[in-house]
Design a binder for this molecule. Structure first.
Ligand SMILES: NC(=O)c1ccc[n+]([C@@H]2O[C@H](COP(=O)([O-])OP(=O)(O)OC[C@H]3O[C@@H](n4cnc5c(N)ncnc54)[C@H](O)[C@@H]3O)[C@@H](O)[C@H]2O)c1
Ligand SMILES: O=c1ccn([C@@H]2O[C@H](COP(=O)(O)OP(=O)(O)O[C@H]3O[C@H](CO)[C@@H](O)[C@H](O)[C@H]3O)[C@@H](O)[C@H]2O)c(=O)[nH]1
Length: 480
């Protein structure tokens, strides 16, 4: 029986290994992590992450050929193939701080693999890493005196949260990069055989190591670039009377462009886009490619601009101040169908509103109060550095209340901001919300989930990203 061990039981390691175990009953898969809490959750009925379809997959395989353990060294020692799926955050200090990837977690995993191994192994980069990382990892692993050989592969993960199980069951492609040596190609074939249990052969791409590492960063940069492009256009739509949903629809009908990832929003969030583009920018700069670096940097700048623009729109619409006013925030996760709040635009919007002295009442169907309070108290990039989080005091941010009901959040509010596109926000009784709000009642839709005309009929002053402005807001724009 082939044995797989995955180091890192997070958003990637957990679901990815669960699907491998589901599709390959003849392979034993053990997911290990240094976090006892995380492993305990994976072994309980309350999984540590919310992902549609994940519970069923774990229930079917756990205890059969899928295991979760904190005994990292034992399972690394026993494995034939080791996936490394640890976090690769943005550095917060030292050389490249604020841009470069912090490979501390990856490096310590590599040293541990080198220390405990007693037989040849395939080590797979599952985490997103800077191009050429495999070269450094090879040096750590193969500089041992035990005569053991390690083959390093790059197998970046392309799943998106909220659709992870579907993405894993039917991937657009699986990418495997390896050395062009006989050992390298043998390792590539071994990993390909694992995926071939359920992924059609023409969807498994084989490339060199550096192409695979770079393709992951570039894929995320392209996706994020589309969102920044449409968000930049949304500002122009508001200034001209065009409607960004109509513009995006027409543009996306061109088969060369395609319809996906053209939804204007309050800004993209999530643990990957910003981190990976900053990483790409740093790599370009390190290679003396300042113009290329600046090109990609602009994707982040537009995203920051879009989040600021939203906050400014809220404040300027509400008589230029939200001081002492109650703002209801509907949705805190970075997208629907996940409880993940890493780099969610809601953090920047809430901090912006708190900066103008608003009182905020937040509702999200999947995010706990504890998580929201922690997110609002921490510094940029700290979420991915457990060491910084330990020093965070548990005090809650004043002027923030978290509720488990959208109507309660909006009760007595002066304005409502929709920051996540949860389906349930389309079905809310907006008449009831309007009746219980202060007047004039404002609604700022950061995800274009509501019908602005219907809400205007109820009496709301409505702002939707990139869509024709309410006469009230138009007058304010003209005046400013
Ligand atoms: N989240 C996504 O949707 C996604 C998608 C594709 C790729 N990625 C990439 O995958 C990697 C992991 O992302 P994630 O979202 O799963 O992160 P995560 O923080 O959810 O999980 C990482 C886990 O690794 C564990 N860990 C860290 N160092 C360890 C060590 N030395 N030994 C054992 N366990 C260790 C941590 O405790 C944590 O549980 C990142 O590089 C990320 O960029 C993420
Ligand atoms: O048209 C769109 C599409 C997305 N978003 C936002 O963009 C962010 C990212 O969304 P999405 O890409 O769906 O989720 P992630 O889980 O961050 O997945 C991305 O990042 C992963 C980590 O690298 C990759 O594996 C995936 O392929 C890539 O889609 C979210 O805030 C979305 O709300 C928009 O604003 N408009």
């Amino acid at each position: 029986m082939v044995k797989i061990c995955c180091i890192g039981a997070g958003y990637v390691g957990g679901p990815t290994m669960a699907v491998i175990a589901l599709k390959c009953p003849s392979i034993e898969v053990v997911v290990v992590d240094i976090s006892v809490n995380r492993i305990n959750s994976w072994n309980s009925d309350q999984l540590p992450i919310y992902e549609p379809g994940l519970d069923d997959v774990v229930k079917e395989c756990r205890g059969r050929n899928l295991f979760f353990s904190t005994d990292v060294e034992k399972h690394v020692y026993e494995a034939d193939i080791i996936f490394v799926s640890v976090n690769t955050p943005t550095k917060t200090r030292g050389l490249g701080a604020g841009k470069a990837a912090d490979l501390t977690y990856w490096e310590s995993a590599a040293w541990m693999i080198a220390d405990v191994s007693k037989s040849d192994k395939i080590v797979v980069e599952k985490s997103t890493v800077p191009v050429k990382t495999a070269e450094a990892i090879e040096k750590i692993l193969n500089h041992n005196s035990k005569g053991i050989h390690f083959s390093i592969l790059s197998n970046p993960e392309f799943l998106a949260e909220g659709t992870a199980i579907q993405d894993l069951l039917k991937p657009d492609r699986v990418l495997i990069g390896g050395r062009e040596t006989p050992e390298g190609q043998k390792a590539v074939q071994a990993l390909k055989e694992v995926y071939a249990h359920w992924v059609p052969e023409d969807r498994i791409i084989i490339s060199n190591l550096w192409s695979a590492e770079l393709a992951k960063l570039v894929a995320n940069a392209f996706l994020a670039q589309r969102i920044s492009s449409v968000n930049a256009v949304s500002a122009l739509c508001e200034a001209t009377g065009a409607d960004v949903t109509e513009v995006a629809y027409s543009v996306g009908k061109d088969s060369r462009i395609g319809p996906k990832f053209l939804n204007a929003s309050v800004g993209f969030g999530g643990s990957c886009f910003q981190k990976d583009i900053l990483n790409l920018v740093y790599i370009c700069e390190s290679n003396g490619l300042a113009e290329v670096a600046n090109y990609w940097k602009q994707v982040i700048k537009i995203n920051d601009y879009q989040k600021n623009r939203f906050v400014n729109r809220v404040v300027s619409s509400m008589f230029n101040t939200v001081s002492g006013k109650k703002i209801a925030v509907l949705g805190f996760a970075f997208k629907k169908d996940t409880g993940d709040t890493r780099e969610t635009p809601a953090i920047d919007v809430c901090k912006g509103l708190l900066g103008d002295n608003a009182t905020i009442s937040i509702y999200d169907p999947r995010v706990t109060e504890d998580q929201i309070q922690r997110d609002l108290a921490m510094n940029k990039f700290d979420w991915d550095h457990p060491i910084h989080l330990q020093s965070l005091s548990p005090t809650s941010v004043k002027k923030v209340r978290v509720t488990w009901d959208a109507y309660e959040a909006a009760n007595g509010a002066h304005g409502v901001c929709i920051l996540t596109e949860w389906d349930e926000f389309k079905q809310l009784d907006y008449q009831r919300i309007y009746d219980n709000m202060q007047k004039p009642a404002f609604i700022f839709d950061g995800r274009n989930v509501i019908d602005p005309e219907k809400l205007r009929e109820i009496g709301f002053i409505v702002y939707s990203i990139g869509r024709p402005l309410n006469p009230w807001l138009k007058n304010l724009s003209a005046a400013s």
